[in-house]
Write a protein that binds this ligand. Structure first.
Ligand code: TXA
Ligand code: MG
Length: 336
């Protein structure tokens, strides 16, 4: 066990992690585990989530223990459809509009908690607001419908590590620490949901993600306020700590030249100076930010596995999904 493993999450009791197929039997078994207070990783269209019954504080505590996640970080409650979401949150006109346009899909809406929602305080880290999301993934929606309760689910990685886009990534971080993983193959979007707070007043972007800011602003007919958090002491989206998405290697952005001992993450046809035989992967040969988002976390993991001290990243455009990609890379690059 290395230092990273001993430093966090030692309070997760060891258990056998079941591998469940994404078929009717696997989904029924996963729903039973959730109802019994278990922790189950499952695919969404963005990344794999580590789910537990959001109304059961003991079950939610098991998520924090498995991830080694700081206890002040609120979790997103996942539900199968808008009707379910309306039971747990209070939606103003802007929130309703965004829900109708983008759900199911990679958008999380932070809204006031509905009175008597039943979502436990541990899941929201004591906030009066609640993050709600209807994922656009057949396995996730079947599981949420079968579970019949809101499912709190952060990304299914150890805290501070890269989000998982395959069941194998989940097991690499959490095997023996969670009750099951439903294997639904690779997740199509690859970066997490966009988070928008609708708490009265102008809706605010808390985290760029799978729905581009431009699409949300077009639907709202006006700009989003920006409330993205870089300061750890600013509480609005406490998950947005500066060095949240961290591979073991250092990450260097906007690299126009690379050193012989670096691994290289490319985008499009641009080639930095100094390229020789370094370990290298291309997020999208054709220069598509959509393809790049889907490849981002998997490629970061593979280059991290090459064992170099630094990963140099070629320039990436910041339009559309590029905003979320560059945001994640900036966090991976932050000093820690
Ligand atoms: O795509 C996703 O959103 C994935 C999949 C599994 O759904 N989930 C995910 O969860 O990325 P997580 O826990 O890694 O990130 C959730 C973010 C955190 O930054 C958290 O602080 C923020 O959402 N958040 C959740 N509830 C909030 C609330 N009530 N107010 C402000 N921020 C909130
Ligand atoms: Mg996460």
């Amino acid at each position: 066990m290395d230092a990273a493993d001993t430093g966090m999450g030692d309070d997760a009791p060891r258990r056998t992690t079941r591998r469940l197929a994404a078929d009717a039997a696997g989904i029924a078994a996963a729903a039973d585990l959730l109802a019994a207070g278990g922790t189950v990783a499952f695919p969404t269209e963005t990344v794999y989530g580590l789910g537990a019954d959001a109304t059961n504080a003991g079950a939610v505590a098991a998520i924090y223990a498995a991830k080694g996640r700081p206890g002040f970080n609120p979790l997103i409650a996942h539900v199968p459809d808008i009707d379910a979401a309306l039971r747990y949150g209070v939606f103003d006109a802007a929130a309703l509009r965004l829900a109708r346009r983008f759900w199911p899909g990679p958008l999380t809406l932070v809204v006031p908690r509905a009175p008597g929602s039943g979502v436990c305080d541990l899941a929201t880290a004591g906030l009066d607001s609640l993050g709600l999301r209807v994922p656009d993934h057949s396995v996730a929606r079947a599981l949420l419908a079968a579970a019949g309760r809101p499912v709190a689910a952060p990304s299914a990685n150890r805290s501070g590590r890269v989000s998982p886009t395959e069941a194998a990534h989940v097991l690499g971080d959490l095997d023996g620490r969670i009750d099951a993983v439903v294997d639904g193959g690779a997740t199509p979007v690859g970066v997490e949901s966009t988070i928008v707070a609708c708490l009265g007043g102008q809706p605010a972007l808390l985290r760029p993600g799978g729905v581009p800011r431009e699409a949300i602003e077009a639907e709202l007919g006006g700009p989003l306020a920006t409330a993205m958090q870089d300061a750890p002491d600013a509480p609005l989206a406490p998950g947005m700590l500066a060095s949240h998405y961290a591979p073991r290697a250092g990450v260097r952005l906007d690299a126009t030249s690379v050193a012989p001992d670096e691994a290289v993450l490319l985008f499009g046809s641009f080639r930095p100076g100094g390229m020789t035989g370094q370990p290298q992967l291309n997020l999208s040969e054709s220069g598509s930010v959509v393809e790049a988002a889907a490849n981002l976390f998997g490629m970061l993991r593979r280059l991290d596995g090459a064992g170099t001290a630094s990963i140099a990243v070629a320039p990436i455009p910041t339009t559309g999904l590029g905003e979320a990609i560059v945001d994640r890379l900036r966090r991976a690059a932050a000093p820690r």
